[in-house]
Design a protein around this ligand. Structure first.
Ligand code: SAH
Ligand code: SF4
Ligand code: F3S
Length: 446
């Protein structure tokens, strides 16, 4: 019998990473697939794509062009394209890449084993980019892991329709996963040594699951309380959040759950109300500032990171200056920033845009200069402090152990003993912008 060897390439967000890990689990389980890191050794090649910004299509066809050559030498190879570009473009992909076998969407990858079987049997391409309701989660086998920190998706899709964004069209409507499935998945991870859980969703704080049995809604706050009851979980992170759903109840939960880290990614996109309005973000700067203020009342040391889009249609110098002021006023930490990219079919792509690309690049450069300065400030402040680190592994590059601090910085440190999977206290002795260097002080009992 043909031995299945799977190679997966993943682009895009953490949810795509999570999806790819689930694809691997399903393929191992149902097709007895071996996962390989070598594309030359594989006979099933899958590409999990992202379409959040421009050039997604170009990147896709470039990659497929290389795989076409492999298929020429071995016609038995199956090539599948999934993720958000597949969802957005569907059958159109075949026009430029007639040799691919399967097109699947973010909500249909659990059907891959069957699609692969049929593609082989009928020697015909197959497309399934539909949005079956939350069905895929039911097909996830329990994962095997050696990690100490693990991602768990709790909510899919998005209903917000920000005017620039492709996600609601590619990932579909907001759908919350059953809290029971989430807890089951976390308990399985915990039984294998996971101590930190990173909850994922386009907007995790929009989580709302209706339990027919108890006739009750489970909100994000309630879910956090359930997770916090699992005593092996020492740290809880979550991304991404929407300010509109950042309620006082969620802020107060920080008082009740010490496992919630003192670090929050809360995308604001712009410091100008005019632009937020054009983006249809559904909050204003005052509301965003209030959230941070209230959070800092509960957790004075919490650090906030954010996402920014520069050069949105209509953004003038004043709007841009307001964004820089916001970063400094709120003392934001290591944020992501992008030049606005018109996405096909979105309302913003039809808006009048008077700013030329050179000016946009100049703004991005300046924005990143300030963000970097902020990030560096926070990192350098940590020199000579003792930080609690969950040890994740041994770096092959510098032969030092590494792990993350509560505020999401990677620390490389020396230690005569292997503490992978444990919490340790490390003295920070040096820093650069995003990573820190230190020495082992003591094992932390938790
Ligand atoms: N749901 C999250 C964002 C997910 S997309 C939220 O609402 O905050 C991740 C980031 O990509 C966004 O925060 C935004 O900064 C960026 N992004 C999304 N669409 C974009 C576009 N068309 N052009 C440039 N950046 C974009
Ligand atoms: Fe996109 Fe807005 Fe939804 Fe975030 S909230 S995924 S930016 S539409
Ligand atoms: Fe990209 Fe889709 Fe994620 S567009 S950012 S892979 S939700």
């Amino acid at each position: 019998m043909l031995k299945n060897k799977l190679y997966i390439k993943t682009w895009g967000c953490q949810m795509n990473e999570y999806d790819s890990s689930k694809i691997a689990d399903i393929m191992k389980n149902e097709l007895n697939c071996q996962i390989t890191k070598s594309v030359q050794k594989a006979n099933i090649l899958l590409l999990n794509t992202c379409s959040i910004r421009e050039k997604a299509q170009e990147k896709l066809f470039h990659q497929l062009g290389r795989w076409k050559l492999l298929k020429k030498n071995n016609p038995d190879i199956i090539i599948g394209v999934g993720g958000c570009v597949a969802s957005q473009e569907g059958k159109k992909i075949l026009k430029r890449a007639y040799y691919i076998d399967i097109i699947f969407g973010p909500q249909t990858f659990h059907r891959l084993p069957k699609m692969i079987y049929n593609a082989r049997k009928f020697k015909k391409y197959l497309i399934d980019i539909s949005f079956p309701k939350i069905e895929k989660f039911k097909f996830f086998p329990l994962s095997k892991t050696k990690k100490t920190s693990a991602f768990v998706t709790i909510i899919e899709g998005c209903n917000k329709y920000c005017t620039y964004c492709i996600v609601p069209y590619t990932r579909g409507k907001e759908l919350s996963r059953s809290y029971k499935d989430i807890i089951l998945e976390i308990k399985n991870l915990v039984s294998q040594g996971v101590k930190e859980i990173h909850l994922l969703g386009q907007n995790v704080n929009a989580y709302k699951y209706f339990d027919k049995k108890t006739n009750q809604y489970y909100t994000f706050e309630k879910l956090l309380e359930l997770i916090a009851q699992i005593k092996e979980i020492k740290r809880i992170r979550f991304t991404t959040n929407h300010p509109k759903n950042f309620t006082d109840e969620l802020i107060n939960i920080y008082n009740k759950i010490p496992q919630l880290v003192n670090f929050l990614h809360l995308p604001v996109q712009s410091g100008s109300d005019k632009i937020l309005n054009l983006m249809k973000r559904q909050y204003n700067i005052e509301k965003y500032k209030q959230i941070i203020k209230k959070l800092k009342n509960v957790r004075p040391l919490i650090q906030i990171s954010s996402d920014f889009i520069v050069g949105f249609p209509g953004e003038d110098q004043k709007d841009f200056n307001d964004t820089i002021s916001l970063i400094l006023d709120l003392d934001l930490d290591m944020s992501f920033s992008f030049i606005y990219s018109p996405r096909p079919g979105t309302p913003a792509s039809k808006m009048k845009d008077n700013t030329n690309i050179l000016e946009k690049k100049k703004r991005l450069y300046l924005l990143q200069y300030y963000i970097k300065k902020q990030t560096k400030k926070f990192s350098f402040k940590m020199i000579n402090t003792i930080q609690l680190i969950l040890v994740e592994g041994l770096s092959l590059q510098n032969h030092k152990f590494y792990g993350k601090t509560e505020n999401n910085r990677i620390v490389f440190f020396t230690s005569s003993k292997n503490y992978i999977g444990k919490f340790v206290n490390v003295k920070i002795i040096d820093a650069n912008i995003y990573s820190l260097y230190g020495e082992f002080i003591s094992l932390h009992k938790m």
